[in-house]
Write a protein that binds this ligand. Structure first.
Ligand SMILES: Nc1ncnc2c1ncn2[C@@H]1O[C@H](COP(=O)(O)OP(=O)(O)OP(=O)(O)O)[C@@H](O)[C@H]1O
Length: 252
């Protein structure tokens, strides 16, 4: 083959990568002050794809989410969402573009009612708007909690509010940070079912999890991080089936 033609060609896409990335992170470095937390991190999430971000404490998973959200912007590299560069956009603009967030500490206004917390989360983006009624279909208990103040809710109830709040913001992508943390096994199953439902509705998900088993049940693809870098990328199925690989990468 002519050398010039071959150089002009796109490199072959890896088979396990989505052809059209909704979110693409390219070689980002992120710092807290002078301390570097992410080193040359690249990651992709396709439209309607569920991607799990796994790895030990301090690996850089939350920092990756914070970089996407503009809470701790990347100092080098590039982040694109839905065809638009968001590397240095404000968190508000990123949310308006259709990135939803379910934080690990839920961040619900404790003295406001559930209804009020949900009302202030409503936003329009180019992605589909979810209604409160649809949230009640997903979480049947939610309808009966609407007039409760959020400080009186259980951990599982708070998680329902946090997920519903993300959906009411019309997301094309929802970032979940440790959604199963501190929840009873039944509630963890409900959260994982919700992730599967989002995928069925065409919403992409990037989920950070310590609960490897639950994450592998719902994910299409997986990234494993360690010490601020991506150390593995591949289909979730490979990690589900290969106990030796799972043990080597995740210690479980
Ligand atoms: N606000 C902060 N200021 C300084 N360093 C931080 C801050 N937040 C995180 N770090 C450091 O950045 C690195 C990555 O942390 P990060 O929270 O992203 O890891 P993680 O993989 O999400 O782990 P965990 O499950 O413990 O949250 C760690 O070395 C951590 O100590």
């Amino acid at each position: 083959m002519n050398a010039v033609v071959s150089e002009l060609r796109e490199p072959p896409a890896a088979l396990d990568r989505p052809a059209q990335a909704l979110l693409s992170i390219d070689r980002i470095d992120t710092f807290y002050g002078e301390t570097q937390a992410l080193f040359d991190v690249s990651l992709r999430v396709g439209a309607g794809e569920v991607v799990a971000l796994l790895g030990p404490n301090g690996a850089g998973k939350t920092t990756t989410l914070r970089s996407i959200l503009g809470l701790t912007p990347a100092r080098a590299g590039r982040i694109r969402f839905d065809g638009r560069e968001i590397t240095r956009a404000s968190t508000h603009e990123i949310a308006r573009a259709g990135v939803g967030w379910v934080p690990d500490d839920r961040r619900i206004f404790p003295t406001l009612t559930v209804a009020r917390n949900l009302a202030i989360a409503r936003k329009k983006s180019r992605f589909r708007a979810w209604s409160e009624k649809e949230c009640f279909e997903i979480f049947s208990a939610l309808e009966y909690l609407m007039h409760r103040e959020c400080e009186n809710l259980s951990g599982g109830e708070m998680q329902m509010v946090a997920i519903s709040r993300a959906l009411l913001g019309s997301p094309g992508l929802v970032l979940f940070d440790e959604p199963s943390q501190g929840l009873a096994p039944k509630v963890v199953q409900d959260v994982m079912k919700t992730i599967t439902r989002l995928k069925a509705e065409g919403v992409a998900v990037l989920v950070v999890e310590q609960n490897v088993q639950s994450a592998l049940e719902v994910a299409d693809r997986v990234y494993v991080m360690n010490l601020g870098t991506v150390v593995h990328e591949g289909p979730a199925d490979a990690l589900r089936r290969d106990a030796a690989l799972r043990l080597r990468l995740l210690g479980v």
